[in-house]
Design a protein. Structure first.
Length: 257
């Protein structure tokens, strides 16, 4: 916690820059309250809180509230009670639009996306999860289809991709797809640690605007086998009096009608 505090004091002592944290929580019902308690020790209100393996549908999101935040959850895979579900909590000072056409739930890829409009430049934030039971090459194909729909700057992807970047030969070309689409993973240390297994780097923050990245890293406290990961962005967030409530808008496209 001290290291993180020093980082915030150094790079964002005025609290002007948006920040994001992501964790594979391994079940909201089991770990949500503990996770929220754990991150309060850092005495920092993250702008965006991304979660994977929530194991819940959107109709249950009211059970998992964080004061001062609104939330968006995507439907989990039908018939599954674990290894499914993504969500994002957004601090109330941000105006955002849910991008429905990029919110997916297949056996290979789950995602939820928003666009934030009241920062000095619009920001696109996505939370992604690759279920371990899916097919890696199919994930790559579906993931690249999403990448082709994203803006060419100011995109931040938070996720558990279940590709171990410590083993490049086994990641099905995941890194090649990232780099060919100008997307850069910014976490380079272990994010997953399980008794009896080698540590791995399967969670990451990916961006196409590294020049707007102030800092990124891994937090030590955890409620699952996954360490939380975070980043701080170099774009001004709205002042607290600019917006009293979040109004969610929906991106209706032909496939949703």
């Amino acid at each position: 916690a001290t290291t993180f505090k020093n980082l915030i004091d150094l790079h964002d002592h005025q609290g002007n820059n948006p920040s994001a944290i992501f964790n594979n929580i391994d079940g909201n019902a089991t770990n949500f309250d503990s996770f929220v308690t754990e991150i309060t020790q850092y005495k920092h209100s993250f702008s965006f809180i991304g979660l994977a393996e929530t194991n819940i549908d959107p109709d249950l999101k009211g059970l998992y509230k964080i004061p001062g935040y609104s939330s968006e959850y995507n439907s989990k895979m039908a018939g599954k009670s674990k290894d499914t579900g993504v969500g994002i909590h957004v601090k109330d000072c941000f105006s955002y639009t849910r991008i429905d056409k990029l919110c997916k739930c297949t056996t290979n890829l789950e995602s939820i996306f928003i666009t934030v409009s009241n920062t000095d430049q619009p920001q696109t934030v996505g939370v992604l999860y690759r279920p371990p039971g899916g097919v890696g090459t199919d994930f790559i194909k579906e993931f690249e289809e999403i990448l082709c729909e994203l803006p060419n700057k100011n995109v931040t992807l938070l996720g558990d991709f279940n590709f171990n970047l410590f083993e490049r030969k086994a990641n099905c070309g995941f890194e090649n797809v990232l780099y060919s689409n100008n997307m850069i993973p910014v976490i380079s240390v272990a994010t997953h640690e399980k008794p009896g297994c080698a540590v791995s780097l399967i969670d990451n923050i990916i961006t196409n605007s590294t020049d707007n990245l102030v800092a990124a890293g891994v937090l030590e406290s955890r409620v699952s086998h996954h360490f939380p990961i975070f980043c701080i962005l170099d774009c001004k967030k709205p002042k607290s009096n600019e917006k009293s409530a979040t109004i969610t808008k929906y991106d209706y496209c032909e496939s949703n009608l």
